[in-house]
Design a protein around this ligand. Structure first.
Ligand code: BES
Ligand code: MN
Ligand code: ZN
Length: 500
């Protein structure tokens, strides 16, 4: 993984040299403070020449501006002040990182024409800057800079702002969240020969260094619990399954936890109902739900969240093999309900059915939210923009949608209902694992609903948002880390002691 930037905060003072990042407001105008180091008005002239209008996260590059001591000025647009949204400064920070060269040092002056940035804006800028630094280059033996000098080191950024002490304090916890996002991206990017169930569980185990209690269940323990649905998926793989239980106890003692459950199929061949070859390599990311839960536990522990949180991830590999389950097999889940496996490629719901029941049975949580790269159908419905949201609880759904708007990790609610539920009734068992082509994401959610009882529950289908994501200001593409910021925000805004 590429080097993380080193970020520090300092009071405003006119930078006299080096690379400077400035903010430009609507119309490409700069603040008086931004122009202090530019007595020659190189900024205004360059903006006019390039018709730079300060559009949100837009960039104007002025190399070696004459009449100043700077080596380079990068202006990033902040758009109109009255239309600014909470997550905009994350994008602005990401755009700033993308404008720099590897190993470059820079000073960002966070003063917009409408005034100095608030501490929240400053810290979000830093988050975007930090998140954009991720690229999956572990297996590139020839770095891009091979013909230049190869040890450029980390990007160093000094952020000038109104209240550097407040920003430094706030950055500590926000950096933990950004690190959680990158941890999630990394496990999604890692290929399945490197990251199997055991290797993923080992990574999760390391969260214990941050104060997370981690328990790991293997085949035998899950067999004793009666997890026939999860184990049925795993049985075609040489590599044993793991169920990882992570607990962060930052809330009041004895207070019921909130729970997050992730689908962690380290590779999904489809099993005996094997997938076509084209694009199958993307199925290394079929643990994007588990990645989000793992990244979230990192984030919550790093920022010492005042909440009791359980994170459970079901880790398996779906392979065709002499021991693999067949279409038509009937398995018994931990809940006692039987399932006819019509299609071995509808494996995620089998894993989650047991994981959801386990969490409810053992922890009796306030609510459960599962995340899963569950269906191709949700990509057809919502593309890479929104995750599909399904819930039996309007309050919980509302909280998720609100957190989605604030973080720009957006969710769109789709319906549940008895007519859909009927489609997964089976002739030969209590239910079957597919409901046919129509409403494929909904029938998958109905399947999960049969394992949650009365517990408030939401399901996020992240097949289109956790992986295959387009490049944007805060991500170089494919693995997005979707869900970490969303759920961190959900917990922070609704379920932490003493915080609104
Ligand atoms: N992991 C896939 C869903 C998926 C597809 C995720 C594309 C990301 C990108 C899931 O296990 C799957 O195969 N679902 C099937 C269900 C069907 C067999 C009922 C699907 O969506 O086709
Ligand atoms: Mn599948
Ligand atoms: Zn899958």
């Amino acid at each position: 993984m590429s080097l993380r930037p080193e970020i520090r905060f300092a009071p405003f003072s006119t930078p006299t040299e080096g690379c400077v990042i400035l903010l430009a407001g609507e119309g490409g105008v700069f603040s008086e403070r931004a122009k202090e180091g530019d007595p020659d008005s190189a900024l205004d002239r360059a903006a006019a020449e390039m018709k730079f209008k300060g559009k949100l996260a837009g960039k104007l590059d002025i190399l070696v501006p004459g009449g100043t001591n700077y080596s380079r000025i990068v202006a990033i647009g902040v758009g109109p002040a009255d239309k600014r949204q909470e997550h905009d400064f994350i994008r602005i920070g990401g755009a700033a990182y993308a404008a720099l060269r590897a190993g470059q040092s820079a000073t960002a002056v966070l003063d917009a024409p409408d005034g100095p940035c608030s501490t929240d804006e400053v810290v979000r800028f830093a988050m975007g800057f930090f998140m954009r630094s991720y690229s999956f280059d572990t297996y590139k033996t020839k770095k891009k800079s091979d013909d230049e000098d190869n040890d450029e080191g980390a990007v160093k950024l000094t952020i000038q702002c109104d209240d550097p002490d407040a920003a430094t304090a706030s950055w500590k916890s926000h950096m933990g969240v950004a690190e959680g996002v990158l941890a999630a991206r990394e496990v999604v990017d890692l290929p399945a020969n490197v990251l199997g169930p055991v290797e993923f569980a080992d990574k999760a185990e390391k969260l214990s260094e941050k104060g997370v209690e981690v328990e790991i269940l293997g085949w035998k323990e899950m067999e004793e619990l009666g997890m026939g649905a999860l184990l049925g998926v795993s049985q075609g793989s040489e590599r044993p399954p793991r169920l990882v239980v992570m607990r962060w106890n930052g809330g009041a003692e004895g207070e019921k936890p909130v729970a997050f459950i992730g689908k962690g199929v380290v590779f999904d061949t489809g099993g005996i109902s094997i997938k076509p070859a084209g694009g199958m390599e993307d199925m290394k990311g079929d643990m994007g739900g588990a990645a989000a839960v793992y990244g979230l536990m990192h984030a919550l522990s790093a920022r010492k969240a005042k909440a009791n949180v359980v994170g459970v991830i079901g880790l398996v590999e779906n392979m065709p093999d002499g021991k693999a389950q067949r279409p038509g097999d009937i398995v018994t889940s931990m809940s006692g309900q039987t399932i006819e496996v019509i299609n071995t490629d509808a494996e995620g719901r089998l894993v989650l059915g047991d994981a959801l029941h386990y969490v409810r049975d053992r922890f009796d949580p306030k609510f459960m939210i599962d995340l899963a790269t569950l269906t191709g159908a949700v990509i057809i419905a919502l593309g890479n923009e929104y995750a599909g949201l399904f819930s039996n609880d309007d309050d919980l759904a509302g909280h998720l949608m609100a957190a989605g708007e604030k973080t720009n990790e957006k969710v769109w609610r789709l319906p549940l209902g008895d007519a859909y539920d009927k489609l997964i009734d089976s002739k030969n068992a209590d239910m079957k694992n597919t409901g046919g082509r129509p409403a494929g994401s909904i029938t998958a959610a109905q399947f999960l609903k049969r394992f949650v009882g009365e517990t408030p529950w939401a399901h996020l289908d992240v097949a289109g948002t956790a992986m295959g994501s387009p490049k944007n200001e805060i991500s170089s593409g494919w693995a997005s880390g979707f869900g970490v910021r969303l759920l961190d925000r959900l917990v922070r805004d609704n379920y932490e002691d003493g915080e609104a």
